[in-house]
Design a protein around this ligand. Structure first.
Ligand code: HEM
Length: 534
């Protein structure tokens, strides 16, 4: 068929010809006009237009991208400033409200709350998992088949494997730092530990980070490098949706088989899953992969290779940096000048408890009130510095005295790090690390837990909580039993300065610590796991 020339078009349809010419001559004005009209509609005629907020936030999603990068990747600090200016609930994006009032948690994170479009970006290269599934109904289905794997009963079966990694960490810190007097970047070692534990619990094999004292294969570095791009895509979801539709673009997306970027993590994951399928599951320890390979859907069908891969990938990214950051935060606050009394209380509690050595059992440690309180406090103050928005379902929601109608596409988000600083719930010292607040009456503790957001809220709270609590409790107790730790200052000739970034997970390096051996550390030096009472 011959192409329609301008002359033919003019003859066939004079109006279409005129319209085409008009567009050609005025495309720039039309484009600007489109954006102006859209901005006016979003600003003044959107269901969320009654809420305050920065002007740019009300007209474009790029404003939330700006917030993500602000203060050199410390978006949580900008959010706090915005709350000070606009109140407990404000419009961060045309279709997104950000709220810091803990009282809203039970209402927003109700049983049937769906997630809004956010972390379910196809461009990240993984599909529906318990974390990314948007609909609550789908989440229930996905969770049912794997929840048993995460139960405390199952995780306890892996306690002695975690003990081995705790001992390996103590041994490495002792030989590399305590006996040489070199400064230790504890931020990195907490990361090596958390990644090794999560890989061991998931696949039955640690990554070997602690033993090597490095990020072997730069798996973590690669993952962290991908986070700024992911931060943009989740906030400009439309862009992620658009890019995947461009023919050939999928070639650039991370995928198993890659040797760089997040894809390298997927390659590593698939290698381990394939190895397990080849070796067979029987006789293996009850790691998460073991359970995923045995898991069944409601109709009796097993999980597909892709579904298992998606759940395993999620574990690697959700269970490592989160735990490392909490361990760092807790140790930092315990050894910080000014907090000596806290450390003394904890030392006294540990030394009077007649604990099993070399690694005390979890049963023994959970009975120690001050250790438990310190962990709760670290979880409170160092929760995620990012949000995962929830959609507004029927019949809508009242938030801080204003009605949010149910609706297509708009959502409310709450950031755990920001919510935890509520003076209304935690008092005037909400921002201060104070384990004592968890040691009040049962009722006081219940009140604090009512708005506890560190593990998420409602039906979709963290499935890895038992794993994280077990490893964090053990490693913190053993570090305190094994070493005197001192936070070093930057003018003490450390190799590089401290750097803490909120890339959706906390990424830190340069937490310089001086380690000195403590009496009794010898029992932890041989990597033995038989329990001997001290
Ligand atoms: C201190 C460490 C951790 C923190 C602070 C943390 C925090 C969270 C939070 C806030 C959520 C809820 C996200 C949402 O609203 O959808 C979540 C979900 C989840 N986390 Fe964790 N997490 C930690 C450790 C772990 C570990 C060790 C694992 C696995 C080994 C894990 C696996 C998961 C999974 C599978 C979900 C999705 C649960 C669901 O939607 O049913 N997390 N986590």
């Amino acid at each position: 068929m011959a192409l329609l020339s301008a002359e033919n078009l003019q003859k066939a349809s004079p109006y279409a010809f005129l319209a085409l010419n008009f567009v050609r001559a005025n495309w720039l004005y039309l484009l600007v006009g489109f954006y102006v009209v859209r901005a006016i509609r979003r600003r003044y005629f959107h269901p969320l237009s009654g809420f305050p907020g920065p002007f740019l936030g009300s007209i474009t999603s790029w404003y939330s991208v700006y917030v993500f990068f602000s203060k050199n990747y410390n978006m949580h600090l900008t959010e706090v400033e915005l709350h000070k200016k606009y109140g407990p609930v404000f419009r961060l994006k045309p279709d997104l409200l950000l709220c810091n009032d803990p009282k809203v948690l039970p209402k927003l994170f109700h049983k049937n709350a769906d997630k809004a479009a956010f972390i379910d970006i196809e461009i990240a290269g993984f599909g529906d998992s318990v974390l990314t599934a948007r609909s609550s109904a789908l989440h229930v289905r996905l969770k049912k088949r794997i929840a048993g794997a995460y139960s405390m009963t199952n995780i306890r079966r892996m306690e002695s494997d975690i003990d081995i990694l705790v001992l390996e960490l103590i041994k490495q810190l002792d030989t590399r730092f305590a006996t040489t007097g070199k400064a230790c970047d504890f931020a990195l070692w907490a990361q090596y530990f958390a990644y090794d534990v999560v890989a061991d619990v998931a696949f039955g094999k640690p990554l070997g980070f602690i033993e090597a004292g490095s990020d072997v294969g730069q798996l973590v570095e690669n993952f962290h490098r991908s986070l700024p791009a992911a931060g943009v895509m989740v906030r400009a979801h439309w862009l992620a949706d658009l890019l995947v539709k461009i023919p050939g673009f999928t070639y650039l997306m991370p995928k198993s088989g890659d040797t760089v970027g997040v894809g390298a993590l997927m390659t590593f994951r698939d290698k381990l899953i394939k190895e397990r399928i080849k070796e067979g599951n029987s006789g293996k320890k009850a790691d998460l992969l073991y359970h995923f390979l045995n898991a069944k859907n409601a109709d009796g069908t097993p999980m597909t290779f892709k579904e298992i891969g998606d759940e395993c990938y999620l574990i690697l990214v959700a269970g490592s940096d989160t735990t490392a950051a909490t361990i760092r935060y807790l140790i930092r606050n315990l050894i910080k000048p000014g907090n000596e009394a806290m450390l003394e209380k904890l030392h006294a509690e540990l030394s009077q408890a007649n604990l099993t050595r070399p690694v005390p059992s979890y049963d023994e440690l959970v009975k120690l009130p001050y250790l438990g309180a310190a962990l709760y406090e670290a979880m409170r103050l160092n929760g995620l510095g990012m949000f995962i928005p929830r959609a507004i379902s029927e019949p809508g929601l009242e938030v801080c005295g204003k009605f949010v109608p149910p609706g297509a596409g708009h959502a409310i988000a709450m950031t755990p790090w920001v919510v935890a600083r509520s003076k209304e719930v935690y008092g005037e010292d909400a921002e201060v690390f104070n384990p004592e607040r968890w040691l009040g009456s049962e009722e006081e503790k219940r009140n604090l837990l009512r708005y506890d957001f560190g593990w998420g809220y409602g039906n979709r709270t963290c499935l890895g909580k038992s794993i994280a609590m077990l490893e964090m409790t053990k490693v913190v107790a053993c570090l305190l039993l094994g070493f005197d730790m001192r936070l070093m200052k930057e003018d003490e000739g450390v190799e590089y300065p401290n750097q803490l970034k909120n890339l959706s997970v906390w990424v830190e390096k340069g937490m310089w610590v001086e380690l000195k051996r403590k009496e009794g550390i010898e029992s932890m030096m041989f990597g033995q796991t038989e329990k001997v009472k001290a």
